[in-house]
Write a protein that binds this ligand. Structure first.
Ligand code: COA
Length: 450
């Protein structure tokens, strides 16, 4: 008892020793530093603000590289502001609207666009720690518990590996960050600097849903059996699927991204994780981004755990549960079934993220399946998203694509010949484009002339 209280005193003292202002904390970032910035809601607003001020003040900071995924408005206003890009060089591993806007501006000025590293999400921790060698982490954490631990809360993902790599940890303690359990804890003894700043977590605005999203959502919900273990991707389509799952039973969750839609399914009892073989009874994610409901849910639910992305997105780990169904969106599908899910109009729009990790993990699970979905058209119906040739990189190769969905139905590509795939995919295209696609398929020798 006495020993325990002495330890608590030690942790409190260690906390006090490391507590400083944001300006002092960013003084620990050296010129030439390779800094990992937490993604989404984990990005620390006060530290970002102070780092931007230091860079702008002409205080001699130069050649800092910022490595990150999915940046948000707070980073756009601070460290990613265009006038600082040469001092704080952005290196994105997953673009958001912030990098798309910076790219557009830089291209107008004929300067190089934001740097980008292609990577599968499961490999990002190794890439940062081993190949890049980041030396600093800036991230938000929950308040410290009595044993001296902080939780990375919404963001175990790559942040967890960086906390174990020997990098300098500059952390913002925010009472709004939920103390989530799992493998996402950082001990005060490991930390270089603590900055206290209480700010509501960044909320992702609910994606606007269309009638087409709802039609696709209903088709996908029909492909999910009771007892399935779910992964849901980013965007309006996965949210539309969640709403359609209200009548399902005994679903489980092992997902890269924990969304508001998934949290509502747990709260309503549709998800009970009772059929999971691994982490039975628990909802598992690697990062969470959504609305206030999601963050309250994380704060009050003991059966939710956050784990590092090299674990959550490892196909061999995903496959340890049976009946895994992964649901992700794509941009374009070619007539062989290959998907580009990250380039639009010739530019990087997002990234590979965990799409291929889950496509492979779901198929490796007993009875599992991956679903890739998109509207049949873009640009107000002028462009078909089923195409003869992709206009961007292959995010999911044709060998991995399993079930494809548009508002015109679904097709299972496994076991289908090239000709059968082309016919099935043309059947999922908007009727206005089917004839043209058939001509393209004949010209390419994929299907015979009728
Ligand atoms: N040509 C031209 N424009 C296109 C297009 C195409 N082939 N495909 C899409 N667009 C347009 C859309 O019409 C839309 O425009 P709008 O905003 O004016 O309506 C815009 O580009 C965005 O497309 P949309 O399909 O609505 O994107 P989304 O926000 O639903 O995201 C992905 C879809 C595929 C980009 C996104 O899910 C992603 O990045 N996936 C890869 C990573 C991943 O799956 N990770 C898995 C777990 S999170």
């Amino acid at each position: 008892m006495q020993r325990k209280s002495l330890q608590m005193v030690d942790h409190v003292a260690a906390y006090r020793d490391r507590l400083m202002s944001a300006a002092e904390a960013v003084g620990l970032v050296a010129s030439g530093a390779k800094v990992a910035m937490a993604l989404g809601a984990g990005a620390p607003p006060a530290i970002l603000q102070a780092l931007a001020e230091r860079a702008r003040s002409g205080g001699g900071l130069h050649d800092v590289r910022l490595y990150y995924m999915l940046s948000t408005a707070v980073a756009a206003r601070t460290v990613l502001a265009a006038d600082l890009n040469d001092i704080l060089r952005p290196v994105s591993i997953f673009h958001s609207g912030v990098e798309r806007a910076l790219d557009a501006e830089r291209l107008k000025a004929q300067a190089p666009a934001v740097d980008f590293i292609p990577a599968a999400f499961q490999h990002v921790p190794r890439l940062l720690c081993e190949h890049v060698g980041v030396d600093t982490l800036i991230a938000t954490v929950s308040p410290m518990d009595a044993d001296g631990w902080f939780s990375l809360g919404t963001n175990a993902d790559y942040a967890h590996a960086v906390t174990r790599s020997g990098a300098k940890l500059i952390l913002e303690v925010n009472r709004h960050m939920p103390f989530v359990r799992g493998e996402c804890l950082v001990h005060v003894s490991q930390v270089a600097a603590l900055v206290e700043h209480d700010a509501p977590l960044l909320e992702l605005p609910q994606a606007e849903r269309t009638e087409t999203d709802d039609r696709i959502g209903a088709i996908i919900a029909g492909l999910i059996d009771d007892g399935a273990c779910l992964q849901m991707g980013i965007g309006a389509l996965p949210d539309a699927v969640c709403e359609r799952l209200a009548g399902h039973r005994h679903l489980g969750i092992h997902t890269e991204m924990m969304t508001s839609g998934l949290a509502r399914l747990v709260a309503s009892g549709v998800v009970d994780n009772s059929r999971k073989r691994m982490h039975a009874g628990k909802t598992i994610y690697t990062f969470a981004l959504g609305d206030g409901f999601l963050y309250d849910f994380l704060r009050t639910s003991p059966d939710v755990e956050a784990h590092p992305v090299e674990y959550v997105n490892d196909p061999a780990v995903i496959a340890r549960n049976d009946g895994v169904v992964s649901v992700n969106a794509t941009v374009q599908i070619d007539l062989h079934g290959a998907c580009n899910s990250e380039h639009i109009r010739g530019r990087q729009f997002s990234a590979t993220g965990g799409q291929l990790d889950f496509v492979r993990g779901a198929y490796a699970s007993k009875g599992g399946r991956s679903i890739l979905a998109c509207h049949s058209t873009a640009a107000g119906g002028k462009i078909s998203r089923i195409v003869p040739v992709l206009e961007g990189p292959v995010t999911t190769p044709r060998t991995d694509t399993h079930i494809v969905v548009t508002e015109y139905g679904w097709a299972d590509l496994k076991g289908k010949t090239l000709a059968e795939r082309a016919h099935a995919l043309i059947g999922l295209a908007h009727p206005d484009f089917r004839e043209g696609l058939e001509r393209d398929a004949v010209a390419a020798g994929v299907i015979g002339r009728r």
